[in-house]
Design a protein around this ligand. Sequence first.
Ligand SMILES: C[S@@+](CC[C@H](N)C(=O)[O-])C[C@H]1O[C@@H](n2cnc3c(N)ncnc32)[C@H](O)[C@@H]1O
Length: 286
Amino acid sequence: MTSWDPTLYARFADHRNRPFFELVSRVGAGDPRLVVDLGCGNGPLTLALAERWPQARVVGVDNAASMLEAARSLDTQGRVEWVEADLSGWRSDSLGAAPDVVVSNAALQWVPSHLGLIEGWVADLADGGWFALQVPGNFAAPSHRLMREVAERHERSGELEAALRRAGSAEPATYLQLLAGAGCEVDAWETTYEQVLDPSGQQEDPVLEWVSGTGLRPVLDLLTEPAERAAFIEPYAAALRAAYPRTAVGVILRFRRVFAVGHKVSSPGYTERDAGGDPSETGQLS
Ligand SMILES: C[S@@+](CC[C@H](N)C(=O)[O-])C[C@H]1O[C@@H](n2cnc3c(N)ncnc32)[C@H](O)[C@@H]1O
């Protein structure tokens, strides 16, 4: 299991939060009873779901104790139920009710079997429920390609390549087909953000710092001994500096992300009234 550092992860909160809000703006649920955040992380975005739907029961699921600890300390009102579980074996029937909204932001790329799990999660949704996911679509970007190239030259190349192979996501069309096949009307899209890192020029390696909070975690978990870690980080940092040169506005990291929102409408006899409102009237779908 990959380790997570809540403090390092939170350092780029603005860049990381924006895709989440763009994702959930396409969820048209009016008055959901049960909202679930899969791979909820350190909590602020799960709390944003609780704020949007103040009457809802909200559950955050994650398998990293460190992230859940940070989430619990942020949730001073005890608004969210924080559940420690691995998504590869998690079904919402453990909650005793069918979710009306399931959101997963920047997490499913860490669950190798996630394409095979989505159908079950959608089946478990209440009629009229929503399933919304966002995953990075940047595995071909220099940040990740260089990671794999440096791993190939490292003395522990076999283990590094295996650890890096575990992470991955699919194309928007794949999620579209999957959610449609599970009985949803689907809205799938991609966005590439031109993220400006370190505009004030205080960091030597802002891209390295960015990936250290997410994509590089499997490497950092494996290479705990200082010399073997340095044998990876030094050439990788140099390659990143060349691939992402500093500009007048800062270091620009192009970041492609993949989004899909499914609205489960296929059950016989389902009407918008059953879901507590017509989503087209919530103003969330414009
Ligand atoms: C990049 S963070 C995203 C956190 C949050 N959703 C956000 O958008 O800020 C990925 C999260 O997925 C969790 N995660 C990764 N693999 C998981 C798994 N198999 N089961 C449950 N959670 C997992 C990690 O612990 C981490 O908190």
